[in-house]
Every structure is written in structure tokens, then in C-alpha cells.
Design a protein around this ligand. Structure first.
Ligand code: NAP
Length: 283
């Protein structure tokens, strides 16, 4: 892409941000559609956030927000869409006539990956999620919004799981929410779930699994949100038990595609973004 006097700016803010794959994916999409925009990483330190938000407002068309600022940017928003309000976190900002509009595309990215990779929709299904951090909040909220029958949150710290349960109960009346601890007798419960999701980082740095996935059964669907590995131990063992599996790569892809569509109002070139993501992950 040639930088000209008309080139627009988009980007990602985080601390750190050097590891981010979003610049590769988003620039490939802008190039493919001949949109004169460049997407840059901005390593923002906490004391710079206020200045950076003013700069974004003045010079950018939109940005992604990653750790640790997904909650910190909320006070700067002029408007926040309903899903991001429910989750309490913003990962996408669109600048619209000098106003900052906040969105959260993690939930829709996860739902889209389930649909595309596993042909699965949460409606009337029984689903378990391991973890109770930021990713679980988005994924759990999108599962509740999609009218799942039951969601079980399994976490090491039970209080964090209960606070997500309360958040969902306060907003969605029809879904049954259950909380389990990682130390509960999981084999007793696990066969009932149609989809089990790992939303912890366990398995990213070492060959470990958040639960013993050899207790899973054939026919279950198993997803890991970790995207840096094609197959974590959790997925490998689940596959051996006969489960169908999905890594976190496609959630990353589809949340990025959703951000792109919010900024440009164009359909994201998902195949181009997917190929670029594969190459970037191999580097
Ligand atoms: P987070 O807010 O730090 O939450 C991490 C959760 O994992 C917490 O509930 C924590 O339990 C649990 N956990 C951490 N270490 C554990 C261990 N050793 N044993 C058992 N549980 C443990 O992180 P997050 O933002 O939710 O991210 C979670 C994962 O999702 C990461 O791997 C991240 O890369 C991935 N992710 C992927 C995408 C994607 O697009 N594919 C998007 C977002 C996140 P406690 O509550 O007990 O501390």
C-alpha cells in the first residue's frame, strides 16, 4: 500500500502489543480491498492512555483495544453498544464524526467460528466453559444471548465464576447457569455437555490441560481459545476421546473480521485474512 496524502489510520493499543497478529491481518484486508488505510501497533503505557485517546479521536478511523485496556477505555467512549456494555469491555472503537463508539467483537467472533468450523449454534444446547476471566465474560454472554439451554462455568476461583453467573442471570432469564470448581468431580458432569470450551491460558506455555480431557466422550465438541498452537494438549486428548475440536485461531480471525466491518462497512475478505493469519502464526 502506497502511503499518500489521503491515507487513513487504524491500529491497536495495548501493553504489550508487539506480539499482536492484528496488524498483519488487518493490513492484508485493507490492501485486498484497496482501502487507503494503514493499521499500526501502538504500545501505550498507562499514563499515556488519555493523550492516546484524544489522538485516536483526532486522527484515526478506528482501533482495536487489547490487554490491559479493554475496560480502561470505557470512560472515553461517547457511545457503547449493548453487548460491550453487558460484557463491560471494549475491544473495537470506531471514530465517527469525532465521537468514539465502543464495541466488543470477541463474542460474535466466537459464535462465527463455531458456526464456520463446527457447524454449531448454541441455541437450546448445554455448554461448559472453563475459566472466568475476560474471554469467558464475552463468550459466556454471547452464548446466553444465543439462547443456550444451560451454561456451566468451571473455574479455579469459584467467586469469579459466580460473578459471571450473576451478570448473566441479571440479563438473561431463560438460560440455566451452573458453577463448578475445577476440584469438583468433573467426570460426573462432563458427559452431559455438547460443547466444552477452554477459556484459560493453560496449555499455551506448557503441554498441560485445564482438565483431564480423556474423560470427554465421542460426539462432544471441544474448543480452545488459545490461538498460538494448532493443537493444545486439551484438544489433542479430546480428539483421542472421539470429540471434534476447534482451536482459538478462528475466533481471532472472526473477531478481527467483525472489527474491520465496523470500521469500513465493507464485507471483510475473510479468506485473505485467514491465509495471512496462518503465515503470521508460523513466523
Ligand atoms: P484472564 O482474564 O487472565 O482469565 C484467565 C482465566 O484462566 C481465569 O479464570 C483463571 O482462573 C484461569 N486460569 C489461569 N491460569 C490457570 C491455571 N493454571 N489453572 C486453572 N485456571 C487458570 O484471561 P482471558 O483474557 O480471559 O484469556 C483467557 C485465554 O483466552 C487466553 O489463552 C487468551 O489468549 C485466550 N483468548 C483468545 C481469544 C481469541 O480470539 N482466540 C480472545 C481472547 C482471549 P482464576 O479465576 O482462578 O484465576
Amino acid at each position: 500500500m502506497e502511503i499518500t496524502g489521503q491515507t487513513k489510520l487504524a491500529g491497536i493499543i495495548g501493553d504489550p502489543v508487539e506480539h499482536s497478529l492484528s496488524p498483519a491481518i488487518q493490513n492484508a484486508a485493507f490492501n485486498h480491498l484497496n482501502i487507503n488505510c494503514v493499521y499500526i501497533p501502538l504500545h501505550v503505557y498507562p499514563e499515556q492512555l488519555s493523550l492516546v485517546m484524544q489522538t485516536i479521536k483526532a486522527f484515526f478511523v478506528g482501533i482495536n483495544v487489547t490487554m490491559p485496556y479493554k475496560q480502561d477505555v470505557i470512560p472515553y467512549m461517547d457511545e457503547i453498544d449493548l453487548f460491550a456494555q453487558l460484557v463491560g469491555a471494549v475491544n473495537t472503537i470506531k471514530v465517527d464524526n469525532g465521537r468514539l463508539l465502543g464495541f466488543n467483537t470477541d463474542g460474535v467472533g466466537f459464535l462465527q467460528s463455531l458456526k464456520q468450523e463446527l457447524g454449531f449454534s448454541p441455541e437450546n444446547r448445554r455448554i461448559a466453559i472453563i475459566g472466568a476471566g475476560g474471554a469467558t465474560r464475552s463468550v459466556a454472554m454471547s452464548i446466553a444471548q444465543s439462547k443456550a439451554e444451560k451454561l456451566t462455568i468451571i473455574n479455579r476461583n469459584i467467586n469469579k465464576a459466580h460473578s459471571i453467573k450473576k451478570l448473566i442471570n441479571d440479563n438473561f432469564k431463560d438460560i440455566k447457569i451452573e458453577v463448578l470448581s475445577l476440584s469438583d468431580d468433573l467426570p460426573k458432569f462432563i458427559h452431559d455437555f455438547e460443547l466444552i470450551i477452554n477459556a484459560t491460558p493453560v496449555g499455551m506455555e506448557s503441554d498441560e490441560s485445564p482438565i483431564d480431557s480423556s474423560i470427554l466422550r465421542s460426539g462432544q465438541l471441544v474448543a480452545d481459545l488459545i490461538y498460538r498452537l494448532d493443537e493444545t494438549k486439551f484438544l489433542r486428548e479430546a480428539k483421542k476421546s472421539g470429540a471434534k475440536t476447534m482451536s482459538g485461531k478462528s475466533m481471532l480471525l472472526y473477531q478481527g473480521a467483525a472489527s474491520f466491518e465496523i470500521w469500513t462497512k465493507e464485507s471483510a475478505p475473510v479468506d485473505v485474512m485467514k491465509n495471512t493469519l496462518e503465515v503470521a502464526l508460523k513466523k
